[in-house]
Design a protein around this ligand. Structure first.
Ligand SMILES: C[S@@+](CC[C@H](N)C(=O)[O-])C[C@H]1O[C@@H](n2cnc3c(N)ncnc32)[C@H](O)[C@@H]1O
Length: 261
């Protein structure tokens, strides 16, 4: 089976691809300019690979789940590039381990890579609720979870995440760690629901993916709907006195948020 190559979806990957393209069109240019360009391209191009090489490897179950996801002929609004992958998965697993989170919520599970990565760091009596809208993605996730001992900790809720959050609130659930990675236009509502429904334990961490949105918030003259939504979300978080946050330039940007009042 032919597996389509993933296109660049991070600011660094996009910049590296642009520099490669510019370089290929500069035949005959000043050698000093070409040398500087080659250096800039190398700095950017090799970064993701180097970061991956210096990060603990993914488990066989995660590698299999990634391979399975890449082999699926995605169409419509789902694509293989949605999968967070090795380095972000390792980051999330580390976050669970160092916070000691035992009750974890994921909003936007896709085929389950990040959910399984987090579950791998959780003790046997912990649990992770993973919300996903799409049946097909959820079915692939369930297959992957069944093939791993950590998969037994994951409770999949299929449907609009906002409905699942309201149900979790009504059931009196609360979480130590929340990973938001669903529709970008819904991010602000998800954060409001977490705060308003008391779904966050004291000291809980909310981790939000794609907060650099391929550079659109600062480098696009005509942002997409998603770019505009992320720009508005980042501004809303920064303006909220109840919250403290840090945006890490990991992959497509990850923001860590905690409630301070
Ligand atoms: C970027 S992907 C998640 C990737 C996943 N966290 C991972 O690391 O592999 C976003 C997912 O959110 C789901 N989604 C979009 N809107 C949603 C909604 N309203 N409720 C629940 N899930 C939603 C999409 O179907 C998609 O699978």
């Amino acid at each position: 089976m032919t597996v389509a190559a993933a296109r660049p979806v991070t600011p660094v990957g996009i910049a590296a691809a642009l520099l490669t393209s510019v370089e290929s069109r500069l035949d005959g240019a000043d050698p000093d300019v070409l040398a500087d360009l080659a250096r800039a391209r190398t700095l950017l191009h090799g970064l993701d690979d180097y970061v991956a090489r210096c990060t603990s490897p993914a488990s066989p179950a995660l590698v299999a789940l990634e391979d399975r996801t890449r082999a699926e002929p995605w169409e419509g609004h789902l694509e293989q590039e949605m999968l967070s992958g090795h380095v972000e998965g390792a980051f999330l697993r580390m976050l669970v381990a160092i916070t000691g989170a035992r009750r974890v919520l994921e909003i936007g599970m896709f085929t389950g890579y990040s959910a399984l990565a987090m579950a791998e760091a959780m003790p046997a009596d912990a649990h992770l609720v993973a919300c996903e809208l799409d049946d097909r993605a959820a079915a692939i996730a369930r297959e992957g979870f069944a093939a791993s001992p950590a998969g037994g900790l994951i409770d999949v809720r299929v449907g609009p995440a906002a409905d699942s959050l309201r149900q979790l609130g009504a059931d009196g659930e609360w979480f130590d760690l929340v990973f938001i990675d669903a529709d970008k236009a819904g991010y602000a509502d998800y954060l409001d629901l977490l705060l308003d429904l008391d779904l966050l334990a004291p000291g809980a961490v909310v981790c939000v993916d794609n907060t650099l949105l391929q550079g659109e918030p600062w480098a696009s003259l005509s942002p997409t709907t998603n770019g505009a939504a992320i720009a508005a979300f980042n501004a809303r978080v920064a303006a909220d006195d109840r919250l403290e946050q840090v945006l890490l330039p990991l992959r497509d940007g990850v923001t860590l948020i905690r409630r301070v009042s």
